[in-house]
Design a protein around this ligand. Structure first.
Ligand code: THU
Length: 131
């Protein structure tokens, strides 16, 4: 996995952010174990609590296309700081595997990484029904 490719995809996705309220665009790019990339941006709604983060947009796009196994997800904002996923997005990422690598990038494309297990220790887990 080339982090730079995922970071560039997240930077490109950020351009589509719909952020009339916060003016804080975020982009995300999710790499599946099958090698596909799904991107996402934040989408803000006037009823503010309905806002969807970039990372969750990417996860929902992938799962709704039949992909549920992920290697890495990158998130980036227009900031000097590395963009770190919010708690709700961490729970979304953790749902599909605790080994997913989170690439937290800044606007220059610099980054740091951590497995989601490190960003969401003691995650809430609900047993899945096995077929
Ligand atoms: N946001 C994301 O897209 N991802 C995160 O992990 C945290 C925050 C968005 C939500 C909102 O549109 C804007 O950033 C400011 O909070």
């Amino acid at each position: 996995m080339n982090p730079q490719e995922l970071i560039q995809a997240a930077l490109d996705a950020k351009k589509h952010a719909y952020v009339p309220y916060s003016k804080f665009p975020v982009g995300a790019a999710l790499l599946t174990k099958s090698g596909k990339i799904y991107t996402g941006c934040n989408v803000e709604i006037g009823s503010i609590g309905l806002t969807i983060c970039a990372e969750r947009t990417a996860v929902v796009k992938a799962v709704s296309e039949g992909e549920k196994e992920f290697s890495a997800i990158c998130c980036v904002a227009d900031t000097e700081e590395y963009c770190s996923p919010c708690g709700a997005c961490r729970q979304f990422i953790a749902e599909f595997g605790m080994d997913t690598v989170v690439i937290m990038a800044n606007k220059h494309g610099d980054y740091k990484t951590a497995p989601i297990s490190g960003l969401l220790p003691h995650a809430f887990v609900l047993d899945k029904e096995l077929d």
